[in-house]
Design a protein around this ligand. Structure first.
Ligand SMILES: Nc1ncnc2c1ncn2[C@@H]1O[C@H](COP(=O)(O)OP(=O)(O)OP(=O)(O)O)[C@@H](O)[C@H]1O
Ligand SMILES: [Mg+2]
Length: 241
């Protein structure tokens, strides 16, 4: 489904991704953990085509997409839920969903309809005609996830989808990740909430200073291994819950 081979990404002279290699199999949810500033968002942006890797290769659905535009990669079936629940603020809730549906159509995938986003997130239906920019942070995140669902992506990149949300909204985000998994949609889940991630991913990689420093196909085992978690992720001696 997705394969990164020794990917290097820079911001100007800053060498951020330093040879990241990983794979995501069909239907698999890969967790990406790592402390602040380790390069997780840089990784997501590189895969989504928002940043161009300087070296290395990226393959998606059997095709080389290294250096391809974000537009092309999205049309090929990659969905992105960016960090900070970004939506189109001046477009209405409905228009935001429409853009995602149109993208699925132009990529030739079975399409959802804009209304598909609503049963899961009734709050969106109540705000159908409002500009997305006036929604609360939690509502914007629901909309960003709704866009990923109606877009019928083959693989969805979720960059810290629970960041800054209240516990109830975090639980809804968990439902969406579980639903993607049930549908057999592949996903990359970047998280600081270690427990949230390890409960619902098939495999996990830990990013430290721009490369993969740990890999596990046993997320439950890693959850129980507090010593390793502390080593890999501890900030001031505590593991982010
Ligand atoms: N536009 C940019 N220009 C230069 N450096 C940047 C830019 N964006 C990020 N960086 C740097 O790249 C490194 C990795 O940042 P990145 O956002 O990928 O980390 P992250 O793991 O997603 O962190 P967080 O958990 O806080 O979201 C950091 O040192 C950051 O300061
Ligand atoms: Mg980030």
């Amino acid at each position: 489904m997705l394969e990164l081979d020794a990917v290097h990404t820079y911001y100007g002279a800053s060498h951020i991704l330093q040879g990241v290699s990983l794979t995501v199999a069909e239907g698999e949810v890969l967790g990406v953990l790592g402390r602040n500033g380790m390069g997780k968002t840089t990784l997501v942006h590189t895969v989504a085509g928002l940043l161009r890797p300087r070296r290395g290769r990226i393959r998606f659905l059997g095709r080389d997409i290294t250096g391809a535009s974000a537009e092309r990669i999205s049309r090929a079936g990659m969905g992105l839920v960016p960090q900070g629940h970004r939506v189109f603020p001046s477009l209405s809730v409905k228009e935001n969903l429409k853009v995602a549906v149109r993208r699925a159509r132009s990529g030739g995938r079975a399409r959802g309809t804009v209304a598909d986003g609503v049963p899961r997130f009734p709050v969106l239906g109540e705000r159908w005609g409002l500009p997305a920019g006036v929604l609360s942070g939690g509502q914007q995140q629901m909309l960003a996830l709704g866009r990923a669902l109606v877009g019928n992506a083959r693989l969805v990149l979720l960059d810290e989808p629970t960041e800054g949300l209240d516990p109830q909204t975090v639980a809804r985000v968990g439902d969406v990740v579980d639903e993607l998994r049930r549908r057999g949609t592949s996903a990359v889940l970047v998280e600081q909430k270690v427990d949230f991630a390890l409960r619902r991913v098939d495999r996990v990689v830990v990013i430290g200073r721009g490369s993969v420093v740990h890999e596990s196909a046993d997320p439950a085992g890693l959850r129980a291994d507090t010593a390793t978690l502390r080593d890999l992720l501890a900030v001031g001696g505590t593991v982010a819950a």
